[in-house]
Ligand binder design. Structure first.
Ligand code: NAP
Length: 256
């Protein structure tokens, strides 16, 4: 290829194209000169249109009940998948892994959060967790969000738990003996997680660490869905070169 020739654009199909994230993704793909938006799929549309358009990568922003079926379909047809839909369980991930054994060249990226800052917050939280006795997470989203706590908060809790385990820290200190209303929130991997649903918010996370005489707060705010697009496009560009299942955009970023 000479310097004047540009590489062939990656052919992209967006599933959930009329939704909040899907429509933003369509715009971002259309604006990228190295990507070609070839299919927009909504609820009730036939996925055959993705095949007819010879899409190489699909991006899925739909609902938890639909996403697994779409990803399995993509794997079966040799199409790479970048998935932002949340609500994935270990059982669903195992089904994806099993399907990928039959199609070992296909790449699937499932990312609970495509915002670069949110991915960095998870990484920073894992590092900070080693140094603080107390850690809690507050996640805040718009009231139309279907699942709680957010996938990002659950992954952040897991990252903190890994950091604590590496440092040999035990349980977070908490003398609460009575909590009839669940005021202490959910407990994920030993970390308390509080979910706020409030009009006007998009996606926000505060990770709060406490030690003797000090507090460290990590905060990330997505004010606009545009914040997710650099991560989505990174996934679209990279997924074909990363066969198998990848969970988390951090795996595609050089975080040391
Ligand atoms: P949304 O606005 O409700 O969009 C979902 C879209 O998917 C709707 O247009 C819906 O169509 C469509 N849909 C439902 N089932 C479908 C199917 N089987 N095939 C094709 N399309 C289907 O929701 P959103 O805010 O965009 O969020 C979508 C998902 O992304 C959620 O799981 C959310 O938690 C997640 N999310 C992830 C990130 C991230 O960074 N990973 C960021 C934000 C949101 P109808 O309305 O006509 O049914």
């Amino acid at each position: 290829m000479t310097a004047s020739e540009s590489p062939t654009p990656i052919r992209v199909g967006v599933i959930g194209a009329a939704g909040r994230m899907g429509s933003q993704t369509c715009c971002a793909v259309e604006e990228a000169s190295d990507l070609d938006l070839v299919a927009r799929i909504g609820d009730g549309d036939d996925l055959q249109a993705v095949l007819d358009a010879r899409a190489q990568v699909i991006v899925d922003f739909t609902v938890p009940d639909a996403s697994l079926g779409t990803v399995l379909w993509a794997i079966e047809h040799g199409i790479h998948a970048v998935v932002g839909t949340t609500g994935w369980t270990d059982e669903k991930l195992d089904q994806v892994r099993a399907a990928l054994e039959q199609s070992p060249t296909v790449g699937v990226l499932i990312a609970p959060n495509f915002a670069i800052g949110a991915v960095l917050t998870m990484r920073f939280a894992e590092i900070a967790a080693r140094y603080y006795e107390s850690a809690e997470i507050i996640e805040m989203h718009h009231p139309r969000k279907l699942d709680a706590p957010s996938g990002t908060a659950a992954h952040t809790a897991a990252a903190i738990a890994r950091g604590r385990a590496e440092a040999g820290l035990g349980a977070v200190p908490d003398a609460t003996a009575s909590d009839p209303h669940g005021a202490r929130g959910a407990v994920i991997d030993g970390i308390h997680v509080h979910a706020v649903r409030q009009q006007g918010l998009v996606a926000h996370e505060v990770v709060q660490f406490g030690g003797a005489g000090e507090q460290l707060q990590l905060r990330h705010d997505s004010f606009d869905r545009a914040s997710f697009m650099p991560g989505v496009l990174l996934g679209v560009r990279e997924v074909a070169s990363r066969p198998g299942l990848t969970v988390g955009l951090d795996q595609y970023m050089d975080l040391g």
